[in-house]
Design a protein around this ligand. Structure first.
Ligand SMILES: Cc1cc2nc3c(=O)[nH]c(=O)nc-3n(C[C@H](O)[C@H](O)[C@H](O)COP(=O)(O)OP(=O)(O)OC[C@H]3O[C@@H](n4cnc5c(N)ncnc54)[C@H](O)[C@@H]3O)c2cc1C
Length: 433
């Protein structure tokens, strides 16, 4: 029986593992955490259709909480952009631990084996192929070999980062593409009004990033998100500022309270090689503007499983695995490339730039909240005039415009079938974004 190892119990890896086991492969997931410690202690948003699209049974309805789009506040707090239709029926909030348990249980019911408390230290490989992993348990370090390694061990995966350069897989991530998030659920200050609090703050206190505050039942849910490392001082200062604006925010951390990282960038330029495929954060598969990665990771897991199960004869070779990467890019990744360009432009803005753009209605609720309506000719003239008055912004916007145009020329360069020369040419073009 052909053997598949899944490195890390990431979402896409679990989806793929379940489908492989159902199709008759011998599948083992190695996960560093204990089973009961999987997943963050908070709720996340995901597409309701992620389950059906990835061939996973739905979560029970009572586990899916309605999601309402948030309002955006400018750094100066002078401008607040409010969504006209906040209810987003296609999205739900779910407890992360409940979701991971659901995926693990499903995979197990399909025949997947799990080794918890097994920390993978690196990939094993021969001249041109990944052949296994090395992992540590409480009392030993052991190798395990397989026909195929699925890397679902997240953004800092030791499998991906230990591959030799010649395998062509993109291994590292620039710090400028990492978003750091502190997330905690606080108590509510009794008697304070919770109504309408569902807010995002841009560059609060001048910190490049995005924070949010929302009230859910007994909790006040806070995210402090930053394009740079988060120090305790930033957390303390931001919480104090949030309490000034939202007196309902208490001081007791009831859940969460940890800092975690998100890869906020275009997908990896190459995430497959002989005997290896990365999925989810390990291949930088997130929505580049919001940092959401669960839905994409689950869908990618199904694409990967289909590529191998229904693939060519040498299904673990790059000739076949490339079809997974090209399918992912065509259906999901290419859209994120455009967002990557826009996100890079936005993260080049200063606090003053953002205030200027929002005060002068260059950026409005239409862009941030997807509010309906079109721009009048006068709106466009006013936007143009506001940008023209600010030379630094002209440069930033023009450069983003040029890159967006180049991105449209890049997309058709991705070959459907494996072709080393065409892939190299496409990757040279990809490197400019
Ligand atoms: C604060 C915050 C909020 C977020 N909010 C959302 C949201 O609302 N919606 C959304 O869609 N996404 C959200 N994300 C992003 C989301 O967490 C990821 O994109 C998503 O989890 C997909 O990642 P993954 O499953 O590939 O990897 P991970 O979730 O990182 O899973 C990797 C797994 O591999 C294991 N592992 C790692 N290293 C090893 C090793 N050496 N040996 C063995 N096992 C290992 C880990 O323990 C883990 O179980 C958020 C992220 C953060 C940090």
């Amino acid at each position: 029986m052909e053997k598949i190892i899944v490195a890390g119990a990431g979402h896409g890896g679990l989806v793929a593992a379940a489908h492989f086991a159902k199709a008759g492969y011998d599948v083992t997931v190695y996960e560093k955490n204990a089973r009961e410690d999987l997943g963050y202690d908070w709720q996340d948003t995901m597409g309701r259709s992620a389950f059906s699209r990835s061939g996973v049974p739905d979560l029970p309805q009572e586990e899916l909480v309605d999601y309402y789009a948030m309002s955006f506040n400018s750094p100066s707090w002078k401008v607040k952009l409010v969504p006209e239709e906040p209810f987003l029926g296609s999205i739900a909030k779910v407890e992360r631990k409940v979701l991971i348990k659901h995926l693990v249980d499903f995979a197990e019911s399909c025949g997947v084996k799990f080794v918890f408390g097994a920390e993978i230290s690196c990939a094993l490989y021969n001249s041109d192929r990944v052949t296994g992993i090395l992992y540590r348990t409480a009392d030993s370090t052991l190798p395990d070999a397989a026909d195929m390694i699925i890397d679902a061990a997240g953004m800092r995966s030791p499998v991906r980062t230990s591959l030799p350069d010649e395998f062509g897989v993109e291994k590292t991530i620039d710090d400028s593409d990492v978003f750091y998030g502190y997330r905690a659920y606080f108590d509510r200050v009794p008697g304070e009004n919770a109504e309408g609090i569902n807010d995002i703050m841009l560059y609060e206190l001048g910190n490049p990033g995005m924070n949010w505050i929302t009230v859910e039942g007994e909790y006040v849910d806070v995210l402090i998100g930053s394009f740079g490392h988060i120090e305790q001082e930033l957390i303390d200062d931001t919480l104090a500022d949030l309490r000034d604006h939202f007196p309902i925010l208490g001081s007791k951390v009831l859940r969460g309270g940890q800092i975690a990282e998100i890869p906020l960038r275009k997908p990896a330029s190459m995430f497959v090689c002989n005997g290896y495929a990365a999925v989810g954060d390990s291949a930088f598969m997130t929505e580049t503007m919001s940092g959401s990665g669960i839905t994409m990771s689950m869908r990618a897991g199904k694409m990967l499983a289909d590529t191998i199960i229904y693939g060519k004869e040498d299904r673990f070779d790059i000739d076949n695995l490339w079809n997974y990467q090209s399918t992912y890019m065509r259906f999901i990744g290419n859209g994120q490339l455009d967002n990557h360009v826009i996100r890079s432009m936005l993260s080049g803005l200063t606090e003053d730039d953002l205030n200027y753009l929002l005060d002068n209605k260059v950026l409005t609720d239409k862009e941030f909240c997807n509010n309906p309506g079109s721009y009048s000719a006068q709106d466009m003239i006013n936007k143009g005039l506001a940008v023209i008055k600010n030379p630094a912004l002209i440069k930033l916007f023009a450069s983003a415009g040029v890159k967006l145009a180049a991105a449209q020329r890049y997309k058709p360069m991705i070959p459907y079938n494996y072709n080393k020369a065409k892939i190299s040419a496409a990757n040279r073009a990809y490197a400019q974004f």
